[in-house]
Design a protein around this ligand. Structure first.
Ligand code: SAM
Ligand code: SF4
Ligand code: SF4
Length: 397
């Protein structure tokens, strides 16, 4: 059971929510089914029971650090056809690795219902991710189901997807037709040998570029291109990547290598700080700082001084942005995580499959968010980087 302060754990005696907010995952328990059962289960494991007034359904109250729930990342599959060494190293995700069986996955109906309830709680942006989201069969059907959802004030959602682009040239048109608004493509190097070594399945750069072109032709713009930078592995390609996409309308985003999960062997000395990335690019292609598009934007924006576009830097290690983090994550099997570096989540699938009403589930989401205190990146140390964490492919990158 996650160790929480009394004010951050709640179980409804008066609260109509049927279950203890019992985290699950590495050490927790499943949501109990029904109020009495939940109370008993909570007593058994010693969850403090405090009478917290339930927020109204659709409440968008802030978490304990004043952050509102605005973004939801949904992992639609924990599987991937790449084995990026920083994410799903073969040593862990080898032939023996047991991915979730089909029955464990949230169905499209369940994802769509939960998303509607997250939207009622304040979510405006949805990112489909994984694993490799395009491996999920008939994903365009889910996209069509999500594309019709509206915020409480009638606005469409910002609906996006992150992909390794291996299947993008085949699927770009149908994704666009289904209502997907934007795509982000991951590409770690333009150097064939480096890229093939990083994805570790011998996937070619040209095939990713073809996917990017297909997405562009299908009408996606601007396309964001994520490059995870690892010192001594692909940092020599930083300027080349910037130069290749400068003036294309696409936005390259350089991401500091992070200690997500427990299997990528992260070390601080393999991180190239964003400030260094900007310095290296700017020395050859002058950059000027640009204002964020909106408060809490993850990527720092830098525009080319000659007006030919922009890049982004995601400084999750050297300049943590926890204070403005409005993101929740829904894992492939329906666990809600309030931080990328969480050690446990909350079993929304259990709630969904045990017949709870929309109101009860929305209320649970609101309560979980209200007690959120996550700030992992602000307190990262070498020791925390070695703690057991949920893998990114499962929790959703
Ligand atoms: N498979 C898709 C892809 O690669 O675009 C979506 C899932 S992937 C987990 C989402 C993003 O997380 C990718 O852009 C990937 O590069 C990034 N990522 C994965 N592991 C990372 C790490 N250790 N540090 C920084 N970014 C990472
Ligand atoms: Fe797969 Fe994306 Fe992870 Fe690479 S980063 S292994 S493509 S999920
Ligand atoms: Fe958000 Fe957690 Fe990342 Fe901080 S460490 S920015 S709280 S996901």
């Amino acid at each position: 059971m996650e160790n929480r302060s009394t004010e951050s754990v709640m179980l409804g005696q008066k609260v109509k929510m049927p279950v203890a907010l019992a985290p699950v995952g590495l050490t927790g328990m499943q949501w109990a089914d029904g109020k009495i059962l939940a109370a008993r289960a909570a007593e058994k494991v010693g969850v403090p029971v405090i009478p917290v007034p339930a927020p109204a359904t659709g409440d968008t109250r802030a978490d304990t650090r004043g952050r509102f729930l605005r973004d939801l990342r949904i992992s639609v599959t924990d599987r991937c056809n790449f084995r990026c060494t920083y994410c799903m190293p073969k040593s862990v995700f080898g032939k023996e690795y047991k991915f979730l069986p089909e029955t464990e996955l949230l169905s499209f109906e369940e994802i769509s219902r939960l998303t509607r309830l997250f939207v009622a709680c304040g979510v405006e942006k949805i990112r489909l991710t994984g694993g490799e989201p395009l491996l999920r069969k008939n994903l365009q059907i889910l996209i069509a189901m999500l594309a019709v959802l509206k915020t409480p004030d009638g606005q469409p959602l910002d609906l996006t997807l992150t992909t390794n682009a291996s299947l993008l040239s085949r699927k770009a048109k149908s994704l666009k037709a289904a209502g997907l608004q934007r795509v982000t493509v991951s590409l770690d190097s333009l150097d064939e040998a480096v890229f093939r070594a990083m994805n570790d399945v011998d996937f070619a750069v040209a095939d990713v570029l073809e996917g990017i072109d297909a997405a562009h032709d299908a009408g996606f713009a601007p396309i964001k291109i994520n490059m995870v930078v690892k010192k001594g592995v692909n940092d020599q390609d930083i300027v080349g990547m910037a130069r290749r996409f400068k003036g294309s309308g696409h936005i390259v985003r350089f991401i500091e290598f992070m200690d997500v999960g427990s299997s990528n062997g992260w070390r601080m000395n393999e991180v190239v700080p964003s400030a260094e990335i900007v310095r290296r690019i700017s020395a050859e292609l002058p950059l000027i700082a640009a204002e964020p598009n909106y408060p809490g934007e993850v990527a720092g924006r830098w525009a080319y001084a000659d007006g030919s576009g922009e890049i982004g830097v995601i400084s999750s290690v050297t300049q943590a942005f926890c204070s403005t983090c409005t993101r929740a994550r829904l894992s492939t099997d329906g666990q809600l995580y309030t931080c990328l570096f969480a050690q446990s989540g909350y079993d929304l699938r259990g709630l969904t499959r045990s017949g709870q009403s929309d109101g009860q589930i929305a209320e649970a989401i609101g309560l979980i968010w209200n007690q959120r205190a996550d700030r992992y990146s602000e307190s990262r140390t070498a020791a925390t980087s070695r703690t057991k964490k949920i893998e990114m492919s499962y929790i959703g990158g």
